[in-house]
Design a protein around this ligand. Structure first.
Ligand SMILES: [Zn+2]
Length: 215
């Protein structure tokens, strides 16, 4: 589903009308999934100066085969409250994973996590543990690392190594983590079912979500 949006270029100020997506159903339009993953769905190029601008619209991403809906709300808490309230009335999405995210990068990460066959609650806990481990190994930078946003990049290799990216001093750093860390976190979640229970329905599952259980 698209709507027409008036935008103006951040560099030259030229205004332009775009067709932007408000709902992307990758079951109906599988080609849009690649555009989500490479970020091109969130960018428009100014026809006057060629500058690339970010599209700041809201977007509901729906993958019926993965039973996944991720709502890029841009932090619109009013919309989120309405969606959470309405959720109880939609029996057909009862078995879905339903998420709110603030930024396109958060949406891309969710799609990657579920594409890799992983669980995002376990993944957020894996990030939490990995951040502490990296901070422990780089003691003089511990505070910066504990506060850095880790992003899941990929799961690869024979040992299913997980690679995270995080910003430090204006550059992206990468860290590879053994799959055993993910498995340990999955074990912790199995022993603490209230954490997964808190992620049912439309929820924001991020660093703050996990940190809330470790205070
Ligand atoms: Zn321009």
């Amino acid at each position: 589903m698209t709507s027409r949006t008036e935008v103006s270029c951040g560099r030259c100020g030229a205004s332009h009308t775009l067709n932007t997506y408000s709902i992307v159903n990758v079951g109906e339009q599988p080609e849009l999934k690649a555009q989500v993953l490479d970020g091109s769905l969130f960018v428009w190029e100014c026809p006057h100066c060629g500058s690339r601008n970010l599209i700041r619209g809201k977007l509901l991403y729906h993958d019926p085969s993965e039973r996944l809906m991720v709502w890029l709300t841009g932090g619109d808490r009013e919309l989120e409250a309405k969606a959470s309230e309405a959720y109880g009335g939609f029996g057909e999405i009862k078995d879905y994973v339903l998420r709110f995210v603030d930024e396109p990068g958060d949406l891309i990460e969710k799609v990657k996590v579920f594409d890799a066959g992983l669980d995002d609650v376990v993944m957020e806990m894996t990030k939490y543990v990995s951040r502490l481990e990296v901070a422990e190994s780089l003691k003089d930078r511990a505070v910066d690392i504990v506060n850095a946003a880790f992003r899941f990049l990929k799961l690869d290799g024979a040992d299913n190594e997980i690679t995270f990216a995080y910003p430090l001093d204006g550059a992206m750093q990468m860290v590879a983590v053994g799959f055993n860390v993910y498995e340990d976190c999955r074990g912790i979640l199995q022993r603490n079912p209230e954490i997964a229970a808190a992620a049912v329905g439309f929820t924001r599952v991020d660093a703050a979500f996990v940190a809330g259980f470790f205070r």
